[in-house]
Design a protein around this ligand. Sequence first.
Ligand code: HEC
Ligand SMILES: [Cu+2]
Length: 349
Amino acid sequence: MELNLTKAGWLAGVETLLAFVTANAWAANATRDPATPNIFAPASTPADSIYHLSLFVLAITGLIFVVVFTLLAYAVVKFRRRSGDDDREPPQIYGSNQMELAWTVIPVLIVVVLFLAAARVIHAIEDAKFPAGTTEITAIGHQFWWEFQYPGQGFVTANELHVPVSDRAHPTPTHITLMSADTDHSFWVPKLAGKTDLIPNRVNSMWIDPHETGVYVGQCAQYCGTQHAKMLLRVVVDLPEDFNKWIASQKQPAIELDSVAQGRHIFESTACVNCHTIAGTDAKGKFGPDLTHLMTRTTLASGAIANTQENLRTWIKDPDAIKPGCLMPAMQMSEEEVDAVTAYLMTLR
Ligand code: HEC
Ligand SMILES: [Cu+2]
């Protein structure tokens, strides 16, 4: 293909650039909303350190770019071919110790500075000491959803993590142990911390100390199969009193209402129980998300859809309609059975 820098070509280029700049300006405006995943608006110490490191690296590399580009532009203009040139070669410099030393030592120094800056941040994040009262959570990656265990509290939930807000003066961080049930996944909530992988047969960990309440979104950042793109993450950062209330409600066994006894019976006599746990019932499956307090979550199927009655019904009838290739089978139930099971699950607050 011929490189064709026509006027129209230039205009298209400028338009693309403008679109890019406006999109970024829009993103910058949206940064105050925690629900926008944005690496440029950190809200937790690890994300903040990484952000400042990246600015530092950008400043140094930007400076190198400006210096090199200016010298290059200067040389190209100053020593361009002029009419009446005598076509002689310019004087050759060879074996200049000073110059060779300069272009070896200066880049080495720059690399050392960048290395030390990165090492400092890695050390500060990896070797952080945790104060008493740190919340301990175990996150387990599954194809294509997240299991969250609160070992100190003895309950399990899924897909929507709740953590306490952390005051800068008296930090109450959350330490997350990361494991995988099947293949590689990666835990990434851009405003809270960098990515950390969840690897089978390996225990990784990370921590966050969100400074503001709200819902922070993220997603699995390591390709893990067909529905990887719909393996979303929500971190709900609560005030301490809301967090404690939430903990207390999650520790309760499931609500049992007589009005939905039929749906419960269908659930308990179908393969649902082999894959799902509902605390206080015979459903003790571990393959799928814990459903004990399903209705306290705002989304279904790892953030794929909003948790509404209609979506829940669609999901139970045919999960593939929402996440094709996900690991929950359609159970081939009649319309009435689907209605009854949906009504039952709707009561699980
Ligand atoms: C073979 C195991 C298996 C069976 C059987 C099964 N499920 Fe699931 N279920 C899963 C998996 C795996 C997921 C997670 C899917 C995803 O998000 O990718 C899931 C997700 C769900 C969710 C969404 C949970 C959440 O937190 O978002 C609901 C609700 C649900 N199942 C209900 C049921 C009901 C009702 C039945 C019986 C009719 C059933 N499941 C049978 C494996 C199963
Ligand atoms: Cu994943």
